[in-house]
Design a protein around this ligand. Structure first.
Ligand code: NAP
Length: 273
């Protein structure tokens, strides 16, 4: 037992900074409660200079596991014993779990992203991804078997190194050129923060007034919902998916790594989130 009376073997952490507004403690604690499990999930604000100490304590106290978020998803890698294949190729970790005595880093954003796409044939899609940051890496890895992929980024060299690092062939375009790809793409993913908190009146792409073909617009942003990007897409005749399913599913996959259980159906993101 820890000095505060908690059982370390039942303690889960969210390691990041800032973490105060994270929905993760709510989701994981609601799932544990619904399933009658005694694990407790808490967020600890961890500045970069404290990351190594927190991971060392997680090991010595033998905590049940952790999520890792901004800004530590890459920095945590050298502190772990092993990576899953997905985390290795994506180059980012969001979940820590034990395999025996081995501390493993995994990335559940990939499965989370794919969750609402289970009924589409990924291999037949022509994909336009906006952004080339951490989430875009998970998206592009998830979509690596598509028939065509364009990445639109304000820093083309970032997009090129992302594709090269994963050994995926695709075309890098500017955000302006991305407008031309809209008529060819069948799946358009916003993996930039544009349209999220503080930029609600903006969209990373101007949709035409109508689209002639079947196209699915997917915004990783979960708040607000819908974003301006999704509203315009819907007005143009596209199908839309917001980031809420991905958010819930990547959390549920992490929970499964630790407890063997997925989230029960009643555990969901509150509508005011
Ligand atoms: P990130 O690593 O900071 O990457 C953001 C990307 O967007 C970078 O390529 C960045 O370019 C680009 N970008 C930023 N501002 C831009 C602007 N004004 N115009 C054009 N491009 C811009 O962030 P991330 O972790 O990938 O997250 C991206 C978004 O996905 C966030 O809104 C996040 O909340 C969301 N997300 C959602 C989930 C979910 O579960 N639903 C999971 C992960 C992420 P520069 O590098 O040049 O700045």
């Amino acid at each position: 037992m820890q000095s505060d009376g908690r059982d370390p073997g039942q303690t889960l952490l969210l390691i990041g900074s800032p973490v105060a507004h994270s929905i993760s403690p709510y989701l994981h604690n609601a799932a544990a409660s619904a399933l009658g499990l005694s694990c407790v999930y808490r967020a600890i604000d961890t500045p970069p200079e404290q990351l190594a100490t927190v991971i060392s304590e997680l090991r010595s106290d033998r905590l049940l596991g952790a999520n890792v978020t901004i800004p530590h998803k890459e920095a945590v890698i050298p502190l772990l014993d092993e990576l899953t294949e997905t985390a290795r190729v994506v180059g980012a970790v969001n979940t820590l779990f034990w395999k025996g005595d081995v501390l493993v880093g995994d990335n559940t954003d990939v499965e989370g992203f794919l969750a609402p796409l289970s009924n589409i044939d990924i291999a037949r899609q022509k994909v336009l991804v906006l952004g080339a940051g951490g989430a875009a890496r998970a998206v592009i890895y998830a979509l690596r078997k598509t028939s065509a992929i364009w990445i639109a980024a304000r820093r083309p060299e970032q997009a090129r190194s992302l594709l090269e690092g994963m050994g995926i062939s695709g075309e890098v375009v500017s955000l302006d050129e991305a407008q031309d790809s809209v008529r060819d793409a069948t799946l358009i993913v916003n993996a930039t923060p544009v349209g999220g908190p503080g930029t609600e009146d903006r969209s990373p792409l101007d949709w035409p007034s109508s689209v002639e073909h079947n196209v699915l617009a997917y915004d990783l942003i979960y708040k607000p919902s819908p974003t301006r990007f999704l509203r315009q897409a819907s007005e143009a005749g596209a199908q839309t998916i917001d980031g809420r399913i991905m958010l819930r599913e990547q959390a549920s996959m992490s929970f499964q790594r630790w407890t063997g259980h997925r989230f029960p159906a009643e555990v969901d993101i509150p509508s005011e989130q």
